[in-house]
Design a protein around this ligand. Structure first.
Ligand code: CTP
Ligand code: CA
Length: 230
């Protein structure tokens, strides 16, 4: 018979999904940000809830509403996302880092709005933010799965697959979902086209279609790797 309801294969599992894009303040009215809408992360949270999981969604500047039935924790900056995700991860079975996290932030945040002055503007000095995914991998509990996302373009150093494989090995996450961007793909668009790699950089699957379909493919890969309940 045709299954008319979603599988409840995440029932009893606690999952954390980060989504959206962080914003790093420059002054009280300005920030350094990115184009992530949060749609893929929100689709992942919705799919996990549909499949029976207890879901914490750590949302950074989401352009779309959080789905019903998930616990939303709102953050703004990479530092806030780092604390919120790592705190939620302490009792999670799966953590999925779908958020676009700033790599750099201004070293100082101007207390007052920066004014136009005569002459050249002052440069904005940047410093590195913490790598949340790497911290999650090193803090991973036994049996916990950590999933990263990577939006890649080809460049002189290699194509999307080369960059994805190198990043999977470098990050050491259990799964890395690689998304080809550029040419109107990826950011802000309803559809997605991804390759799922394991921690050794081996391709374990591909998925294309709506962000909901991609989300279900990611959870299928996660479910296949979850250890059964004791
Ligand atoms: N990520 C993170 N913390 C950061 C930056 C990224 O946790 N400060 C996570 C993202 O949420 C994503 C994964 O790391 O799951 C890969 O992000 P990406 O930007 O592709 O990787 P980087 O290591 O930042 O490499 P680069 O931007 O130089 O390609
Ligand atoms: Ca980055």
């Amino acid at each position: 018979a045709l299954a008319l309801v979603a599988p409840r294969d995440l029932a009893g599992r606690r999952v954390v999904v980060s989504a959206g894009g962080t914003r790093e303040p420059v002054d009280p009215v300005r920030f350094l940000g990115n184009r992530s809408s949060g749609r893929q992360g929100v689709a992942l949270a919705a799919a996990a809830a549909r499949r029976g999981a207890d879901v914490v969604l750590v949302g950074a500047n989401l352009a779309v509403p959080a789905p019903a039935g998930v616990e939303l924790r709102t953050v703004e900056t990479a530092a806030e996302l780092d604390s919120a995700v790592r705190a939620a991860a302490l009792n999670a079975d799966v953590v999925v880092m779908a958020a676009a996290v700033a790599d750099f932030r201004p070293v100082v945040v101007a207390e007052h709005k920066i004014k136009k002055t005569a002459g050249e503007p002052a440069p904005i000095l940047l410093e590195r933010t913490a790598d949340v995914l790497s911290a999650l991998v090193s803090e991973r509990r036994p049996g916990q799965l950590v999933v990263g996302f990577a939006a890649e373009t080809g460049d002189d150093d290699g194509d999307v697959a080369d960059h994805g494989r190198a990043k999977a090995i470098r990050k050491g996450a259990d799964l890395l979902v690689v998304n080809a961007v550029g040419d109107g793909r990826g950011f802000g668009t309803p559809d997605n086209d991804v390759t799922i790699l394991d921690g050794t950089g081996t391709v374990i699957g591909t998925a294309a279609g709506s962000k909901a379909q991609v989300a279900d493919a990611v959870w299928d890969a996660v479910v296949a790797r979850l250890t059964p309940d004791a």
